[in-house]
Design a protein around this ligand. Structure first.
Ligand code: FE2
Length: 388
């Protein structure tokens, strides 16, 4: 019997090669002046920013480009981006890039709509509510990983307090997500690998979360199958269009899934690690996913045993005990994608472990509450030690 659930993902998805061209027609419904956010000047050098500006201009939308944003966007950078947009009278926010650019666009839209600094919305139980005042957001993704174009989530780093919370509400979904696999062709192998692994972690966590639904289960299963089939190919040959297309679609499905099923212990840990060490999100997840799977699988064996079979694109439910097989299949993919680096190699110190575990409990408590094993501090410390 299907149990009760709610599914809410109000994103207009525009998917396919060449679909960047639709940006102007989509944007003009929301205003005549748009903030365009990228992280750094890479897309100035490649000409992508100019191309987007020209597309927007054709539809009567003027673009104001802001690019002084780090790969893990800081609250101070977000406030500065919003101030720049306010000065120029922007009515909508467009993120062009990976999760960091899209998250910055979302966060700037929150700041602009409410007239308050972003950290006011990041302080857990005392945070200001994120309302319908949030400006319209358009997400144009250039990576196949973070899923940010399909979610309400924006991840913000605050160096002063060493925290990296994810925030969002029903009002922070992108009005339009443009997923154009052509934009992903130039992504270097390492970024392809780490963002692709992020998409796999989203699929595994949303699939096994206590908030999973029959719809997100379908999405996650398909996403895991596609990642199993295409991630190695996309890392090996960035020009492999079929692989790029498959990864782009898998990432979109995984993104929609974490909008509803959310993420569990591994992402909770990765956020806390990211607040303390400047890790790459996908690489950090790759270091911890096998150990979090081994910990959480006892809470939902029926689902965890399917993951290895999905990755090999085999039929599910073979009726055998395939739990450890699922972990080993994930480990094989991590090795083949060149992501087999423990947390220690990523700058995390043994002496950080207590603080990382405390951080998960303090500001990522939701992620452990919906994990099938609902870990406590001792469990978190244990997972971190095994992931070093
Ligand atoms: Fe993620």
């Amino acid at each position: 019997m299907i149990r009760n659930f709610t599914f809410f993902v109000p994103v207009k998805l525009v998917f396919g090669e060449g679909k960047l061209e639709a940006a102007g027609e989509e944007a003009k419904a929301y205003g005549k002046k748009a903030l365009v956010v990228t992280t750094g000047d890479f897309f100035i050098k490649t000409g992508l920013v100019d191309r987007l500006k020209a597309i927007l201009k054709k539809s009567g939308v003027e673009a104001f480009h802001y690019w002084d944003v780090s790969p893990n966007p800081l609250n101070t950078e977000i406030d500065a981006a919003a101030a720049f947009a306010k000065k120029n009278g922007c009515e909508l926010c467009i993120g062009l890039g990976g999760g960091s650019a899209i998250d910055t666009a979302k966060a700037a839209a929150i700041v602009l709509g409410h007239g308050r600094p972003i950290w006011d919305f990041c302080t857990g139980a005392t945070a200001a509510p994120i309302t319908a005042k949030t400006l319209p957001i358009i997400a144009i993704t250039t990576t196949a990983g973070t899923g940010s174009e399909g979610t309400q989530w924006s991840v913000i780093t605050n160096k002063a307090v060493k925290e990296k919370p994810g925030i969002g509400s029903d009002h922070t979904f992108a009005k339009v997500a443009i997923v154009d696999p052509e934009l992903m062709v130039s992504m270097p192998p390492r970024t392809t690998a780490s963002t692709g692994f992020d998409a796999l972690a989203h699929s595994i966590e949303a699939y096994t979360s206590t908030l999973s639904t029959p719809i997100t289960d379908l999405y996650c299963e398909q996403a895991i199958r596609l990642i199993g089939k295409y991630l190695r190919r996309a890392v090996k040959d960035g020009a492999d269009k079929e692989a790029r297309n498959g990864m782009a679609y898998a990432n979109t499905l995984a993104g929609f899934s974490i909008a509803v099923g959310i993420v569990t212990v591994c992402h909770g840990l990765a956020h806390s690690v990211g607040g303390i060490a400047n890790t790459t999100h996908g690489e950090c997840l790759a270091a911890m996913t096998p150990q979090t799977m081994r910990f959480s699988m006892r809470g939902n064996p029926d689902k965890f045993k399917n993951i290895g079979m999905f990755l090999r694109d085999e039929p599910a439910n073979l009726g055998q005990d395939r739990l450890e097989d699922s972990v080993r299949e994930v480990e094989r993919l991590i090795a083949d994608a060149g992501l087999a680096n423990g947390l220690g190699k990523q700058g995390v110190k043994e002496s950080d472990i207590e603080a990382i575990a405390d951080g998960v409990i303090r500001y990522m408590g939701g992620s452990i509450a919906i994990d099938p094993m609902n870990p406590g501090k001792k469990d978190l410390v244990e997972i971190l030690k095994k992931s070093m």
